[in-house]
Design a protein around this ligand. Structure first.
Ligand code: NDP
Length: 439
């Protein structure tokens, strides 16, 4: 639609899905008559609101808040909140659209949504974060509910922010209910929710390698990001005896040819004020490349010889040039922890060179699956043990892999997991839409 032409990320996400499913839709007159595609790409509801808050100097600051309730076909709207200065309507729409199909792939009763604000949590005090979260929830509370819309975290939103958001929701509504997931465990959070997305990516990657009668042992991995997804992915890769050569954050890239000390990376990122660069104080053989020294059109983190690339920072972080470098350096497997981290041109490069690619809507679905486990625990007033959650998470990731590789085999070849994920997710949503009539 012309009216969406200024939404490049949303366009990109829709185009990728359409290129996978067009044959299926063109050959199905019911999908066409019922305008399934037209309905699927139009959000059910888009909420944009002002978020005024007081900074520590007593000055009023104003940010823009979003919640896009994209599809409730399969269950309550579900998807994270992102607090980052780059958040705008296009970014939230692409994330919400991807979330519909991702949630469908989990096989769980979850609709799709996403939200956030163009608020930068960096450099803010705890009190400023709390006041921002309280103001954000003062508007959001009227749109969400345990059976309506259940937000979670994303970039810039972790257990601390979810705690403040939950506190304000409870205060306004006088309801202690599972209206947010990713809560601190003491107030109804699920064990392993923090680790779930990263661990889930590792379980999915393991299934990919297993399908090729291979394993993670000794594999050289390049990871981007050093936040929630990247840190717990690295922790699990370490347990699988893979070698993690690099990781990165918004300031630069850390690399060590002998493999990174994951516990130290985790410690540095979780300790206030410490930076990835400080790793060099303890390991002189490591290298740190600041962002201003990255190659043009590319990212340093992908510039090393390796077997597997794992983007876990943000969208479009693997450019065409990065993809070419990865292929030249021997990388044959990519597994996406971040949402839509690979540009459309980079995807083509990977396809031409038969790189085995695990798409984000499948590979990083462990987070939302565990959020659904949190909803189930909250509504039944139960608390599951970490081993129970981990076992269920492993089952979900394995089942997603099997579903999409079977679908890929049916429509093309079993290694085209992008196609498999798009078709399998779409079919589940479309079939439920047909059963619900024109809504
Ligand atoms: P975090 O905020 O915890 O971490 C993000 C990491 O990526 C940080 O290291 C950050 O750097 C870096 N980063 C973020 N934006 C940029 C940028 N524009 N340029 C360079 N580096 C950047 O977020 P998450 O780990 O939660 O999320 C990462 C990705 O995973 C996102 O795409 C998110 O949508 C996706 N995802 C997350 C889920 C979850 O459960 N958390 C679930 C499913 C998907 P710095 O440390 O300097 O801030």
């Amino acid at each position: 639609k012309e009216s969406n032409s200024n939404e490049p990320e949303f366009y990109q996400a829709v185009e990728e899905v359409l290129s996978s499913i067009s044959q299926l839709v063109e050959g199905n007159s019911v999908y066409q008559q019922q305008a399934i595609l037209e309905r699927l790409i139009e959000p059910e509801r888009q909420i944009i609101f002002r978020v005024p808050w007081l900074d520590d100097n007593g000055l009023v600051q104003v940010n823009r808040g979003f919640r896009i309730e994209f599809s409730s076909t399969l269950g309550p709207y579900k998807g994270g909140l992102r607090f980052h200065p780059s958040v705008n309507q296009s970014v939230v729409k692409f994330l919400g659209f991807e979330q519909i199909l991702k949630n469908a792939l989990t096989g769980l009763p979850l609709g799709g949504a996403k939200g956030g604000a163009d608020f930068n949590p960096k450099g803010k005090s705890d009190n400023e974060i709390m006041r921002f979260c309280q103001s954000y929830m003062t508007e959001l509370y009227r749109h969400i509910g345990a059976n309506t819309d259940v937000p979670a975290g994303d970039i810039g939103v972790g257990a601390r922010e979810i705690g403040y958001l939950f506190g304000q929701y409870k205060r306004i509504t006088n309801q202690f209910q599972g209206v947010l997931t990713g809560k601190p465990e003491i107030m109804g959070g699920s064990s392993l929710r923090t680790e779930a997305t990263g661990y889930g990516v590792a379980y999915f990657l393991n299934a990919m390698l297993d399908a090729k009668s291979d394993s993670l042992r000794g594999k050289r991995c390049l990871v981007s990001g050093a936040g929630n997804v990247a840190l717990y992915l690295m922790e699990k890769l370490d347990q699988y005896d893979a070698v993690i050569l690099s990781c990165s954050d918004s300031k630069g890239t850390l690399y060590c040819k002998d493999g990174l000390d994951v516990a130290l990376v985790k410690h540095l990122k979780n300790e206030r004020g410490a930076e990835l660069r400080d790793y060099l104080n303890e390991h002189k053989n490591a290298e740190f490349t600041p962002v201003n020294q990255y190659p043009s059109d590319g990212h340093q983190v992908w510039g090393y010889e390796a077997d597997i690339a794992l983007p876990c920072a943000t969208q479009n972080e693997i450019t065409k040039k990065d993809a070419e470098t990865l292929v030249e350096n021997g990388c044959s497997v990519v597994c996406e922890g971040a949402n839509m981290p690979t540009t459309a041109d980079a995807l083509k490069v990977f396809k031409e060179h038969n790189v085995f690619l695990g798409p984000s809507k499948a590979a990083n679905a462990g987070g939302v699956a565990t959020s659904q486990f949190e909803m189930a625990q909250n509504s039944s007033m139960q608390k599951w043990r970490p081993e129970q959650v981990d076992e269920k998470l492993q089952q979900v990731m394995k089942s997603i892999f099997e579903t999409i590789s079977t679908t890929a085999k049916q429509y093309s070849n079993e290694h085209d997991l992008v196609l498999g994920a798009n078709i399998a997710g779409f079919e589940r949503v479309a079939d439920a839409m047909l059963k619900q009539g024109v809504v």
